[in-house]
Ligand binder design. Structure first.
Ligand code: 5GP
Ligand code: ZN
Length: 111
């Protein structure tokens, strides 16, 4: 499948990983939008938040349950922002659901 994040999951594209378990992976974004910018993905390919349902949404809780640990491991002691872009109007460019973990400075208002 022609999915960048599936290729990262499969080790076909190298990344700086910060966390991995059997269900998810977190790595540094290649084009950081903040001093610290991590991308958190499920290992299962789900195209976007718009494809979540009662059967597959447990992965979202799993990813969020790891946010404090991941944030601490990359030094985000003063707080952070978690963002999901969904679909064309949401600014999504990679269609494998992911959550951005942003911080390292005082972030401005959201768009
Ligand atoms: P989106 O715009 O879909 O919410 O976020 C996709 C993110 O993936 C972007 O911030 C982009 O910089 C990041 N990204 C795209 N391709 C790669 C890659 O090959 N490696 C890494 N580490 N990040 C990527
Ligand atoms: Zn994928």
């Amino acid at each position: 499948m022609d999915c960048v994040f599936c290729m990262i999951r499969d080790g076909k594209i190298p990344t700086r990983k910060v966390y991995e378990d059997d269900k998810m992976l977190a790595f540094y974004d290649i084009e950081p939008a903040a001093p610290v910018h991590i991308v958190m993905i499920p290992k299962e390919h789900i195209a976007s938040a718009n494809e979540l349902n009662a059967d597959n949404a447990g992965i979202v809780a799993h990813i969020f349950s790891k946010v404090p640990e991941i944030a601490k491991s990359v030094g985000l002691d003063g707080g952070y922002r978690v963002v999901n872009n969904c679909g064309a109007d949401g600014g999504q460019t990679v269609f494998h659901i992911h959550f951005h973990l942003l911080g390292g400075k005082t972030l401005g208002k959201m768009a």
